[in-house]
Write a protein that binds this ligand. Structure first.
Ligand SMILES: [Zn+2]
Ligand SMILES: [Zn+2]
Length: 416
């Protein structure tokens, strides 16, 4: 794709409205959705969604998810037994296990991404869907929708499910493992949430909660600002006329904040890989293992696919994410003009894979929850898991704080 500034096509339908691409900053008409086809930025190919809310499926899926959540939380995910002793683990057991081992910050992070964010987001979106036709509630609905949107990157229940599967494989060598009702509820919940996400489009939801005025004339240069939260393009003011968010042309102090977070991530990456994440002692045998040690252990047990997943999620992805973000920051700082579309794609890729690094944290949390089986086996978390949790958290914050539009600004592509 060419990096030349491309003029957005003129109004593509009577009801299309102006939006600013969140990835490249191009002002363009968001076309009216046609048969659920995805709409894309005409310059950087960012997805603007399919523009549809499946009004029958979405509330039903939200209600099903809200029923499945307590089932997945209250019933055991799995139970292990060894030498006549048995223990079970639930969705929240990892949080308690980590807190019991004086890893409270990590316990709170796991609580937020495995329970609070998924539950809060589905409840908030369910509320918005049910109340979307009531005019008097529009400001409240907009505030709740904003909150739900902010929680979206932190919803990691699907990563938790993969973490459960890895924990299961690791435990197989140690004891006999049985799956519980909670595991099946969790699996259904992940499918349900994926279906729910596919059935609602955020632009369409915003348009239903508060329809924008359909202006067909392009806003005068320098007189408009796009809202980062709801996407509405409006005349410059302090707060958004639709969702009441503070308006800024670009994310505030984007480069400084992202650079500080990337540096922190690079520093923490060393202890995360050098210190042990878990110590598994079985029948008096075992030693502390680092992340790489855990990968080697899986390979020795011929669990090659899982070893590859853990290596990719816990070693390769965090490192490539840090290198990639550092590259984007440096190229923006020096006003690089080449490969803008490719760099924007790299940013989207980093944003997409970021969350999968949490998988090892969930494995450690679940295994820690199965603390002791008498004198037969013990599993203790190490300092490495705390450092690794911090790496995951700061790299996600760095990705969120980096504003990809600055790359296009720095190259002079948004001057017109
Ligand atoms: Zn774009
Ligand atoms: Zn807004």
């Amino acid at each position: 794709m060419s990096d030349e500034p491309v003029l957005a096509p003129a109004a593509q339908g009577p009801d299309g409205h102006w939006i600013e691409c969140p990835d490249c900053g191009l002002l363009q008409i968001l076309p009216v959705p046609i048969g659920g086809h995805r709409r894309h930025c005409c310059r950087c190919n960012a997805s603007f969604g399919h523009g549809v809310i499946r009004t029958a499926a979405a509330p039903a899926l939200a209600a099903t998810a809200l029923v499945l959540f307590p089932l997945a939380t209250l019933f055991p995910l799995m139970a292990i037994s060894l030498g006549g002793e048995s223990q079970s683990v639930r969705l929240g057991s990892g949080v308690i296990g980590l807190a019991d081992h004086d890893l409270l910050p990590l316990a709170l992070f796991v609580l937020a991404i495995s329970i609070l964010a998924p539950l809060g987001r589905i409840a908030a979106l369910g509320y918005v869907l049910l109340g979307r036709h009531r005019n008097e509630h529009r400001p409240r609905l907009a505030a709740i929708l904003r909150l739900a949107e902010r929680m979206r990157p932190w919803v990691m229940i699907d990563v938790f499910l993969v973490g459960t599967l890895i924990a299961l494989t690791k435990l197989h060598d140690l004891a006999s493992v049985d799956l519980g009702i909670g595991f099946w509820a969790l699996g259904l919940l992940v499918i349900c949430l994926a279906g729910f996400d596919a059935s609602i489009d955020r632009h369409a939801l915003w348009d239903v909660v508060s329809p924008p005025l359909h202006a067909t004339a392009p806003p005068a240069p320098g007189s408009w600002i796009g809202c980062r939260e709801c996407g509405l393009v409006q005349s410059i003011s302090a707060r958004c006329g639709r969702c009441n968010a503070r308006l800024h042309r670009r994310k505030r102090d984007s480069l400084h904040r992202a650079a500080a977070l990337v540096m922190t991530g690079i520093i923490l990456y060393l202890p995360a890989n050098l210190y042990p994440v878990l110590t598994v002692i079985s029948f008096g045998r075992g030693a502390p293992a680092t992340i790489l040690g855990g990968v080697v252990e899986l390979m020795n047990g011929s669990d090659w696919p899982l070893a590859l997943i853990v290596f990719a999620a816990s070693v390769a992805v965090p490192l490539l994410k840090l290198i990639g973000l550092a590259g984007l920051l440096i190229s923006t700082r020096f006003g690089a003009t080449r490969r803008l579309a490719d760099r924007t794609r790299l940013y989207r890729l980093i944003d997409l894979v970021s969350r999968w690094s949490s998988v090892d944290i969930f494995v450690a949390a679940l295994l820690t929850a199965l603390v002791t089986l008498g004198n037969l086996a013990t599993i203790e978390p190490g300092l490495g898991v705390l450092a690794f949790g911090a790496v995951v958290c700061v790299t996600m914050l760095a990705t969120e704080n980096f504003d990809p539009r600055l790359m296009w600004d720095a190259a002079g592509a948004n001057d017109a």
